[in-house]
Design a protein around this ligand. Structure first.
Ligand SMILES: Nc1nc2c(ncn2[C@@H]2O[C@H](COP(=O)(O)OP(=O)(O)OP(=O)(O)O)[C@@H](O)[C@H]2O)c(=O)[nH]1
Ligand SMILES: [Mg+2]
Length: 263
């Protein structure tokens, strides 16, 4: 008898003051990825996003909320999501922003891409992708950083800095999540680099990245400079004192039912 298998997936959104965006975001995710679990990681948002997430979770079901003590940064929120996904036995983790810059309508394509690839990227820089309403300076800086990263780290992807991604469990298990070096923006490049070093096949599907419509931007110039320095350091070879980016040899503990039998 032939069985079909469905991978259990979890979609993680980190939030800091996203109260205005959360209801539409969660309903859109549920619409486009109805079988996925949702995880919200909130850092004690002063606007009450965490409490609103709890109310929506009670109403909608299959939504978990992690409340952290204060603003600890997007990178560590994503690590918390990765550990949660591993611990809870999910086969796929999707990460996305909460401000609707990442269109939930792309979720089916990201998930379907994992049939062929191990990590899928919602990409602004492949044919059909792009950014909407960005000033030329932001566009120029983002493209330049991507070109630098691609060249320096010999990464195959065109968009290495975006946060709209789907990861297969096996590659989250191979990355040493306890010793990531980046807490800020360079987190995305570092994760990709580590997955690449672990042998992951990386695919991209185009997205149109829209600027946030509601809520305040958290872009921080000091953090941009710190992340750029980190990207350069990540490119220093080991024998010259550079970082250890080798994949883990043994998997961390936790249930590993990657595939759930459905028939
Ligand atoms: N939990 C948590 N989430 C964060 C933190 N910083 C940012 N976020 C969330 O991470 C996602 C991306 O942050 P954004 O502020 O949208 O960053 P951006 O897209 O580069 O810039 P703007 O959209 O212009 O603000 C959003 O969902 C934020 O709410 C943080 O310290 N903790
Ligand atoms: Mg944003």
């Amino acid at each position: 008898m032939k069985h079909t298998f469905a991978v259990s997936s979890i979609i993680a959104v980190a939030t800091y003051n996203e109260r205005e965006n959360l209801p539409l975001l969660l309903s859109q995710i549920r619409l486009h990825a109805p079988t996925s679990h949702i995880l919200v990681i909130d850092d004690k948002s002063p606007d009450g996003t965490g409490q609103l997430a709890e109310q929506l979770a009670a109403k909608m079901g299959r939504i978990s909320v992690i409340h952290r003590a204060g603003k600890l940064g997007l990178g560590t929120a994503m690590v918390a999501a990765m550990k949660y996904a591993l611990h809870e036995g999910f086969g796929v983790l999707v990460t996305m922003d909460a401000d609707l810059s990442h269109d939930p309508a792309v979720l089916p394509k990201l998930l379907a891409g994992l049939g062929e690839y191990d990590v899928m990227i919602g990409s602004r820089y492949v044919s059909g992708g792009g950014t909407k309403d960005w000033p030329w300076l932001r566009k120029f800086l983002s493209k330049s950083v991507n070109l630098l990263v691609r060249t320096l780290h010999r990464l195959p992807a065109k968009d290495n800095s975006g946060g709209y991604r789907a990861y297969k469990r096996a590659y989250l298990e191979k990355v040493d999540l306890d010793h990531l070096l980046s807490a800020g923006y360079s987190f995305q490049e570092e994760m990709l680099l580590r997955c690449h070093r672990a042998g992951a096949r990386i695919g991209e599907t185009p997205i149109l990245f829209a600027d946030r419509r509601l809520g305040a931007s958290k872009v921080n110039l000091k953090e941009c400079a710190r992340s750029l320095a980190m990207l350069l350091y990540l490119g220093v070879p080991r024998f010259l004192g550079g970082p250890n980016l080798a994949p883990l040899k043994s998997s961390p503990k936790g249930p590993s039912h990657e595939f759930r039998k459905t028939a």
